[in-house]
Structure formats: structure tokens, C-alpha cells
Design a protein around this ligand. Sequence first.
Ligand code: MN
Length: 234
Amino acid sequence: MKMEKNIINKAFLILFAVPSVAVAQEHKLPVLNYQYIDLEPFIDATTMEIHYSKHHQAYVNNLNKALENTEAANLNIEDLMLNVSKYGPAVRNNGGGHYNHSLYWSILSPKPQNEPSGNLSEMIIANFGSVEELKKQMNQAGASRFGSGWAWLVLTKDMKLVVSSTPNQDNPLMDVADVRGIPLIGIDVWEHAYYLKYQNKRPDYLDAIWNLIDWKKVEENFENAQNSHLFEKM
Ligand code: MN
């Protein structure tokens, strides 16, 4: 009986005495499914290398630093975004930077599926009339964003597809966003995403990037978003 109690005490210690921040996972750069050079001629290798290994890495490092020894260190990136107004500007900027770039890399491919198909295709036609019209609205959202930011294709909680744009590293998951929902496509319109090749011609970069957007991945994002538990938290 005495021994049993010891075991229970030990179990109690293991369960509750470990500080919660000790189990926190550091945020990490996602692995790219292609080489820097593979997105040429639409995005040049130097831009890719600096963008991924310097800019994105800095967002990851600064996010981890901002979360160090805080309760929020236990949250995954989506949960951080959903309530970002609680966690201050360093988490908003660097957490947004990490989430946004992870999505951006994942929807680009040197061998993309060129057009949406299936359910997504039907919904795009229902919401925008055509894929061309959707691209036009995305490009307009990206071109007219003053300064730095992102253009988005978003699935909203009422299951509509909407085009939006956010400043800086904000995104549609955030509780501070004008249009909330789950982003299916995110296009980076910061100058660091295109300036070496396109200089001041942001619309040319926006036209070119559709050659890399992999609709197979966007369809996956759409299927996952439709059943996502994240909507319950919006
Ligand atoms: Mn960027």
C-alpha cells in the first residue's frame, strides 16, 4: 500500500511538476519541395535563397525568441494566429511571417497543376464566374496593397471563397483581420519577394506567379479547410 502511494506520488510529479514551457516545440523552417533555381524564370534563385534562408529564417528565429518562457510557447502556429491580438507585435509580425511564408512555399511548384479541378473549380466559378476573374481580383488586391503585405484567396466560415489583402505579415486567420477565414492561396507582395527581378513592376511579378501556383495543393488546402476545426475558433 505504501509503495503504491509512492508510485502515485511519482506519477503526480511527472505529470504536474514539469514546467509547461519545457515541452514547447520550437517553430522551424519548413522543408522546400524544390531547389531555389527550380522556380526560374518566374522567381530567380537569388531571390528564393534570400527570401527563404534569410527572411523566413529571421521570422522563425524572432518568433521563437518572442515566445521563450511564455505560455504561448505551447501553442501551434494556427492557434497563435487565431488570437494574435493577445500576444503582442513580435508574435503578430514574426508568427504571421512564419505562417504566411510556409503557405506561400507550399503552393508553389516548378511542375504545377495549371488549373483548378473538381469541387474547387466549381466553387471558383460559382463565386467569381471564372478562374481568370479570380486571378484578376487576386492581382488587383496584390497590386493595390500600399507598401508591404499579402493577397489572399480565403475560405470564409460561411463557406464562401473571397479575395482579400492584408498589410505587413497579417493574415486571414488573425483576429485582427478584416476578412477572416482559412487562406488557400497567399501571395507575398513585399518588395523582397520580387525586387531583384521585377524591380518596381509588381504587377509583372503577380502575372508571372500563376505559372508556379500548384492547383493540386490549393485543392488540398480547400478540402482540409472545409472540414477544419479552426472555424470553431473564429
Ligand atoms: Mn516574404
